[in-house]
Write a protein that binds this ligand. Structure first.
Ligand SMILES: *[C@@H]1O[C@H](CO)[C@@H](O)[C@H](O)[C@H]1NC(C)=O
Ligand SMILES: *[C@@H]1O[C@H](CO)[C@@H](O)[C@H](O)[C@H]1NC(C)=O
Ligand SMILES: *[C@@H]1O[C@H](CO)[C@@H](O)[C@H](O)[C@H]1NC(C)=O
Ligand SMILES: *[C@@H]1O[C@H](CO)[C@@H](O)[C@H](O)[C@H]1NC(C)=O
Ligand SMILES: *[C@@H]1O[C@H](CO)[C@@H](O)[C@H](O)[C@H]1NC(C)=O
Ligand SMILES: *[C@@H]1O[C@H](CO)[C@@H](O)[C@H](O)[C@H]1NC(C)=O
Ligand SMILES: *[C@@H]1O[C@H](CO)[C@@H](O)[C@H](O)[C@H]1NC(C)=O
Length: 328
């Protein structure tokens, strides 16, 4: 009886631990856009080409280390062009995982649309019947996320805040546009208590000028008086937060100094529910894991004591159910 109980407990714990591991690794889906104005049928050449394209983008020899790859399959009018773009601070392994995951989901999310863009936290996947390379797309597929928390009254200088966010983001945009990977981050201490982190990225097929104008528009379209926001287009994206949302080690900046003290209550939660970042969801996960474990352990101990006592009482000198038990 008690071994049955402990088996249940272990299965329970095991299922929690494994479900945690699976969810911790899955790329985080943000949004997708696939207008159904142009569709294909499932036995068309376009579909065959699209499948070839997707398997090429997710093949093991794709360029995950540069975080960007394009591919084209077939001839017009059935030609498909596609690309992936991974966030510039992520490792090839994370990039590959995100691309494989998103490729796997495309035909479920957009079953017969000729063009589509999929935004994940870690990567962007895109394909189209148009020639999407070396051109800027800012007229469709827009996605904006903003933290519902405005900057708090204590951060009084709203104009100063938005001005600082804007000037820092535009500085990052100049750097990104000038680099071949078309990616840049910026980190600035706004006050002793608050640090601004910004990230901008274009698909590297864009020219410096196109990347710059895409990012300038992107930054202009983000709400700047929140404690965090992001704006996505298929060609470029930008984001700022008051916490380190990218891997500072990976982009080669010195590790951050010890976390500054914050007045309790002066800073609204930096990871808001509507901005599902890693740190926000991991707290929930910790609670979701720790609480059931404690409950399970307590139940297990209670059950163990109960059955051990009952076994002794009922069966007296009969062999105990559990080997260890017989020694006490
Ligand atoms: C396209 O999508 C819109 C809205 O989702 C829907 O109303 C319309 O019927 C769809 N058209 C086709 C051809 O599926
Ligand atoms: C798809 O297949 C069906 C039957 O197999 C055929 O009637 C139809 O014309 C095909 N459509 C295309 C676009 O090839
Ligand atoms: C990967 O390599 C295979 C041959 O080994 C080739 O057919 C395929 O096109 C390559 N894919 C990419 C994305 O380079
Ligand atoms: C893709 O989906 C299939 C079936 O849904 C699944 O078995 C496979 O593990 C998935 N691959 C990835 C990389 O998510
Ligand atoms: C952009 O890069 C070039 C060299 O590639 C450099 O000469 C120029 O000063 C850079 N411009 C800015 C604004 O960083
Ligand atoms: C697309 O990829 C090919 C090789 O995979 C590369 O030679 C070409 O420069 C890429 N085009 C753009 C616009 O990045
Ligand atoms: C951050 O990047 C460094 C260097 O690439 C890597 O060793 C580390 O595992 C990364 N951290 C996370 C949390 O991904």
């Amino acid at each position: 009886m008690s071994s049955f109980f402990s088996l249940i407990t272990f299965l329970f714990l095991f299922s929690f631990l494994t479900s945690f591991r699976a969810s911790a690794q899955d790329p985080y889906f943000l949004n997708h856009n696939c207008p159904n104005s142009t569709t294909y049928s499932s036995n068309s050449t376009y579909f065959t080409n699209l499948k070839t394209l997707l398997s090429s983008l997710s093949s093991p020899n794709a360029s995950y280390s540069t975080g960007f790859q394009n591919a084209t399959v077939g001839q017009a009018p059935d030609r498909v062009t596609g690309l992936f773009l991974c966030r510039g601070d992520l490792s090839p392994e994370v990039c590959r995982n995100c691309v494989a995951f998103s490729v796997n989901e495309t035909l479920t999310r957009c079953p017969n649309q000729r063009e589509a863009v999929f935004y994940y936290e870690e990567c962007i996947l895109r394909y189209s019947h148009k020639n999407i390379l070396s051109t800027t797309t800012t007229n469709e597929g827009e996605f904006i996320l903003s933290n519902p928390n405005n900057i708090s009254p204590i951060q009084k200088q709203i104009n100063q805040f938005t001005g600082l966010v804007s000037s820092n983001m535009n500085q990052a945009a100049i750097e990104a546009a000038n680099r071949s990977i078309k990616f840049s981050t910026i980190k600035t201490e706004l006050t002793e208590l608050q640090t601004l982190y910004g990230l901008v990225q274009c698909t590297p097929d864009l020219s410096r000028e196109n990347c710059m104008s895409c990012l300038t528009s992107s930054i202009n379209r983000m709400p700047l008086s929140r404690i965090g926001a992001r704006q996505f287009w298929p060609s470029c994206n930008s984001r700022y937060e008051l916490y380190a949302f990218y891997n500072e080690t990976a982009i080669g900046t010195p590790p951050p100094p010890p976390p500054p003290l914050r007045f309790p209550g002066s800073t609204p939660p930096l990871t808001s529910p509507s901005l599902p970042g890693k740190s926000g969801s991991s707290n929930v996960l910790v609670v979701a894991i720790v609480v059931p474990i404690i409950v399970a352990v307590l139940l297990f101990i209670a059950g163990y004591c109960f059955f051990a006592k009952r076994a002794k009482k009922t069966y007296g000198t009969a062999p105990a159910l559990d080997g260890k038990d017989s020694s006490d």
